[in-house]
Structures are given as C-alpha cells and as structure tokens.
Design a protein around this ligand. Structure first.
Ligand code: FCA
Length: 369
C-alpha cells in the first residue's frame, strides 16, 4: 500500500537522483539564522538573508529571483527544503534567497526585503497560517507571485485560501502511522488493555491535526481503544515542547505498561520518546513513529535502538525543488501552478530505512549533522 502510493510520485525519481547527484560534494552547511533564539517581537531581530545562488553562466532569462521563506530554519526538514530549492536554482539559473521568518512581523519584513531586492516571487511556509491575507497583500505591493508550502494559508473567513499550495496528504500519512503502530503492537503481542497512545499534537495547525487525527482514526478502526489515546498540545513544534507535552500525559498515566507514540513530525515523537526513556520506558516498552525526512533517520542510524521505531518519510525534494521549479515557470512562462498538490510518505524503520532513502533518492538528507 505504502509502496504503491509512492509510485504515484511518478517521474520524480530520475530527477531525485539527479538532484542528489548535483549535491554531492556540495556539503555546505545550511544557512543558519543569525536571529536564531530571538523571541517573537524582540527588538532588533533582522530577517535572515542568504547569499543568492548565482545561476549557471549564460542561462536565460537572467534576473529571475525567487525567495524561499520558512518558519523554522533550525529544523532539518526546512534545511532540506532549501537544499533541494538550491538544486532547482542551479538547474534553471535563477537566484534563490533563503530566509527564515518565525513570526508575523518578520514575515512582512522578509517580503519587503524580497521586494526591494527585485524578487518576482517566493515560496513560503508561514509561521501563522492566518497571515495568508496579509502575506498576499504585501506580495501584491511588489507584484510577487506566491506559493504556499507545508502550511496552507487561511483567509479571514477561516477557509483555506485559493493560493497555490503544496502540502502533505496529511490524513493519509497519519493513517499510515496509525496502521504501522497497530501492526507492530500486534507483532509484539501487547494487550490493548495494557497499552496507551501518547499523542503530541498542535491542533491549531490543520496539517498537524489531520496527521494526528488520521493516526488515531486508523488505530481505532483497527481495534485500539479510543479512550486510551491521550492527546497533548505542544506550544511550539520543537523537541523540548514535545517533551513537555508528553510529560504531562505520562505523569497522569504512570500505570501504563506499553506506549504507542505519534505526533506532528519526528521532533514531536522524539520529545515523547525522550520523556519515556527518562522514566525507564525504552525500546521494549515504546513504539514511536514519526513523520519527517532527516531527524528521525538520525535516530534510526544510532547503534542502540530507542523507542523511536520508525518514521513515515516525506519528500523535501518535492516540497523544495518542485515548488521553486513551479514558481520559476510561472514567472518565466506564465504557467500557473496547480492550486493544490499533495505529497505522500513511506514508512522507514531500522530494517528498511537504507533501502527507502535510496529508493527516494534522499541519501543525503540526514547526512549533514
Ligand atoms: C509542517 C511541520 C513540519 C513539516 C512540514 C511538512 O510545517 O511543522 O515539521 O512536517 O509540515
């Protein structure tokens, strides 16, 4: 099922491999935000502006500049999106400006920066989806085209905006997490009455709620007791917040013998797995399955297994390379991108992750840390 799904990604494999090849020997560290660690609204915070990647000499038309703005530049997922966006920049010869913007004020600042630098458009994973109308208004001021990635813009009416978007098939990916958790729990013959699920979520963000709802739904459909699924909201989508959110659940239910863990992403699951580990609940008492493309692989590569059992691997190639490629063609040839593109995921565990990343052409996504 998972395998079949991935096949639907169609002709991306040659491009994936080409993309990875292009990156060989190009082991530069991702652009790190100078303002990392500053808090929203903090005075003096400046947007992060990376040096443009010069296009290949002679490639036409000259002068296309594209921004790629992400909400959490410190997260490996976003660094990998940038990495593959750079591959597109190299291929097509446009200039790429990678920028971090962790709150609304910075988003508007970086759009101004892009506008004054003459960018004709940008791809963005916004820190606040409700900023969609403000982002579009500011982009319009500079006649810039916009593609939303990962987190979809929400309008004043609470509905998703009609702005080209590439995101995860979040519900389906969540369901795959749930099914894999159930299969592994059955394999280990854990009785449902002695097992519970710890869910680290961030329900205000739709793509997250869809993922965690999907996993819960598949578990319940398979026979897992709904009343033994405990959800906890993390304040920010980072490992320490996930640790905090999971600790609340674990303290409230310290009589549970076996735990399933699922979340927004790898970081969410790892936060819970760490909290479980501190309570003496390791690989033999925990099955955690993340969603991501990097952080979870780093955990799977460690010699000693933890409660982090696997990750549904998603594609930073598609979200980084394809979004910027679509934007480039939109700017250059007037080819408008599809309004809604959804990408799939495939389960990787200690058993098969090498093959999975090879099949996906993503060998280098966890290699630079
Ligand atoms: C959201 C999450 C990221 C990543 C992305 C695809 O933006 O915050 O961790 O999962 O979706």
């Amino acid at each position: 099922m998972l395998r079949t799904k991935w096949v639907h990604l169609g002709g991306v494999f040659p491009a994936l491999i080409a993309g990875v090849l292009l990156f060989c020997g190009c082991g530069e560290a991702p652009q790190t935000p100078q303002d990392k660690g500053t808090k929203p609204g903090q005075a003096g915070a400046t947007p992060v502006v990376a040096k443009p990647v010069p296009g290949e000499q002679g490639k036409q038309p000259a002068g296309i500049r594209i921004g790629f703005v992400v909400k959490q530049p410190e997260e490996l997922w976003f660094q990998n999106e940038w990495k593959f966006a750079r591959v597109a920049a190299e291929k097509y010869g446009f200039e790429l400006l990678t920028l971090g913007a962790s709150d609304g004020e910075r988003v508007l600042n970086v759009i101004d920066t892009l506008g004054t630098k003459g960018a004709q458009g940008f791809v963005i994973c916004t820190p606040e989806t409700r900023m969609g109308p403000a982002i579009m208004a500011r982009a319009q001021k500079y006649a810039m085209k916009v593609i939303a990635v990962d987190d979809q813009f929400v309008g004043a009416d609470g509905k998703f905006m009609q702005v080209p978007y590439m995101g995860l098939s979040a519900r389906e990916i969540g369901r795959n997490v749930g099914k894999a958790l159930w299969a592994e729990m059955r394999r280990r013959q854990w009785p449902p009455a002695e097992t519970a699920a710890c869910v680290v979520t961030h329900d205000e963000l739709n793509t997250v709620k869809e993922r965690t709802d999907g996993a819960a739904e598949a578990l319940v459909e398979a026979g897992f007791p709904a009343e033994r699924i405990f959800r906890s909201n993390e304040r920010e989508m980072i490992l320490p917040s996930a640790h905090e959110a999971a600790s609340i659940v674990l303290t409230q239910h310290n009589d549970v013998k076996y735990w399933l863990v699922f979340s927004v992403n790898d970081e969410g699951v790892l936060g819970a797995v760490r909290a479980l580990g501190e309570r003496g609940l390791g690989a033999d008492r925990t099955i955690g399955i993340g969603i991501g493309a990097g952080t979870g692989l780093l955990e799977l590569k460690k010699e000693t297994p933890s409660g982090f059992f696997g990750t549904v691997m998603i594609s930073p190639y598609r979200h980084g390379y394809e979004t910027t490629e679509m934007l480039y063609k939109w700017i250059k040839d007037g080819v408008a991108p599809p309004l809604d593109t959804r990408t799939a995921g495939v389960l990787a565990t200690r058993e098969n992750y090498k093959q999975v990343i090879k099949d996906l052409g993503l060998e280098d996504v966890a290699g630079d840390k």
